[in-house]
Design a protein around this ligand. Structure first.
Ligand SMILES: *[C@@H]1O[C@H](CO)[C@@H](O)[C@H](O)[C@H]1NC(C)=O
Ligand SMILES: *[C@@H]1O[C@H](CO)[C@@H](O)[C@H](O)[C@H]1NC(C)=O
Ligand SMILES: *[C@@H]1O[C@H](CO)[C@@H](O)[C@H](O)[C@H]1NC(C)=O
Ligand SMILES: *[C@@H]1O[C@H](CO)[C@@H](O)[C@H](O)[C@H]1NC(C)=O
Ligand SMILES: *[C@@H]1O[C@H](CO)[C@@H](O)[C@H](O)[C@H]1NC(C)=O
Length: 205
């Protein structure tokens, strides 16, 4: 009996087989990505359009402005994120290690963020007071606090709250940021507002 090989169906079968094998390998990966998603990450790049010095500080006609670029990233490749409440960002500074003075507040409207997407919010806030150097130093210690909520785009998931923050040191005489570029917002966030805690240790340039 002559051997008869139907190449057509062989190819068809190998396609089917590799499809299922591929699925078998991919499924667990997809499941893990979908079942244990991670929260979003936030970072900020601050800059000022004026020198920070004593002369300015007493100039009541001038407002102190902070330009910022807030980066919000959905770290999940497999799932979208809703930010169901306005995200509140507070800009403040430490006059001394036991006190925090609020300079400005910023509100970001609720929005939806697709899988793995990054959003940049570039804006400016104005303050009526000029920040002063942290007592006993020649740097201004800014603090940025963010309070927000997010929810995975998946049925039956609840809201998660995030309270994050960071400290940005600025040299008082040169007005240069001591850390440049994007600074990650980390936990613990609001605890420094307890007015008893010193700002996190500053690591010199
Ligand atoms: C402080 O600010 C004033 C007003 O802008 C400016 O004239 C002066 O040169 C600044 N001083 C320093 C040390 O940067
Ligand atoms: C600020 O300026 C006003 C008027 O120029 C002056 O009377 C006052 O003493 C100044 N304050 C400080 C803290 O330098
Ligand atoms: C810290 O600064 C605030 C505001 O200027 C002041 O009321 C407070 O007494 C200061 N605390 C200390 C321990 O210096
Ligand atoms: C931000 O503040 C507004 C009120 O100004 C409030 O309605 C909202 O819930 C706050 N957002 C969060 C995440 O707490
Ligand atoms: C941060 O902001 C400053 C001032 O706007 C800009 O020059 C710098 O390139 C920014 N850094 C990044 C990493 O975007």
């Amino acid at each position: 009996m002559a051997r008869y090989v139907n190449y057509g169906s062989l190819i068809a079968w190998s396609f089917v087989l590799s499809f299922f094998l591929g699925l078998l390998v991919l499924m667990p990966v997809l499941l893990v990505l979908y079942a244990s998603p991670s929260g979003p990450s936030f970072s900020i790049n601050l800059s000022y359009n004026q020198a920070l010095n004593m002369t300015r500080e007493n100039d009541s006609a001038t407002k102190f402005t902070i330009d910022f670029d807030l980066k919000l990233k959905n770290e999940n490749e497999a799932i979208g994120l809703h930010y169901p409440d306005p995200i509140n960002v507070t800009f403040s500074y430490f006059p001394n290690v036991s006190f925090l003075v609020v300079l400005a507040e910023y509100k970001l409207d609720r929005f939806y963020q697709g899988n793995g997407k990054t959003r940049h919010v570039r804006d400016v806030v104005e303050a009526n007071v000029f920040p002063t150097a942290l007592e006993g130093t020649d740097m201004i210690a800014f603090r940025v606090d963010l309070v927000g909520t997010f929810r995975y785009k998946k049925a039956g998931t609840k809201r998660h709250k995030v309270e994050l923050g960071c400290v940005v040191g600025v040299d008082y005489t040169t007005s240069k940021n001591m850390q440049t570029g994007f600074i990650g917002l980390v936990e613990p966030g609001l605890d420094s507002k307890l007015k008893k805690k010193p700002p996190p240790d500053y690591v010199g340039p």
